[in-house]
Ligand binder design. Sequence first.
Ligand SMILES: [Zn+2]
Length: 321
Amino acid sequence: MKKLSMCILALGLIFASSCENEENSTELQNLENQEEITATQRKCYSAEMLEKQLSENPEMAKKLVEIEEKSRNFSENDLKAPNGTIGIPVIVHVIYRTNRQNISNAQIQSQIDVLNKDFTATNSDVSQVPNEFAGRVANANFRFTLQQVTRKQSSRRSWGTRNRMKFASRGGVDAIDPSRNLNIWVCNIGGGILGYAQFPGGNPATDGVVVSPQYFGDRGFVSAPFDEGRTATHEVGHWLNLRHIWGDGNCSRDDFVSDTPVSSAPNYGCPRYPTVRCGSNDMTMNYMDYVDDRCMYMFSNGQKNRMRALFSSGGARESFL
Ligand SMILES: [Zn+2]
């Protein structure tokens, strides 16, 4: 009964897909001994991770309701950030088995540079946004600075999606002060999963983002078509409370952002404009869709407000200010 009511709550709040299934632990197990896979389609595990955490932790659902309320009532006046710029210190944990997985500092910095462009709408490809959506392009005004890089060699071929990489006791590396730093673990996830993030409101010990090394940054050991650093842009979007733009469900599922069109499924590759779903044109070029790196180049104003609401008084990421 308790599990059922949790599922109903989670359904109303979040997603349609998973309550009929127990966690597919076989699949997750199998992800933990895989060689690198070269992905041809974007695949992110953040939504599934949120469902899993909600099913394991009833308190988290309460927190999410509070965060949603804050997002709805947010106005820029609530922000204490000087100049409106919100600084995000970043710590990158590189966990590698092979030499090429031990990515260079230049590759790591290239990812920081991409984040700074994408989160201020200074990316050069933003000019490709079609007229219909041009007025909705947002400068989210976040500034990412690389604070520290940790490196650890491991014999593990892949790390799966059970947060093992986030604990020294399980062969990974512990998060460093996650209330003040965005922790990013760069390690081979397996299963063709490019990355995953923890949404705000979860366990601080696992807070942050995980990205496979070949999808991190835009130079060095990178793998097309995910070689422009947009996997981290997408995952940091989740870390800042953005949902997938199709709401992880059918036309009635929302991403809780009013200026992104309703959609019923992810888009892949590099879709032509217009792509029509649910009676409107999809914003396929949004970072929170599943398109290739070179085909995503905007956040919307609604997404910006949703991200920045976390930094208002009492917000889930206020401790960063
Ligand atoms: Zn995602």
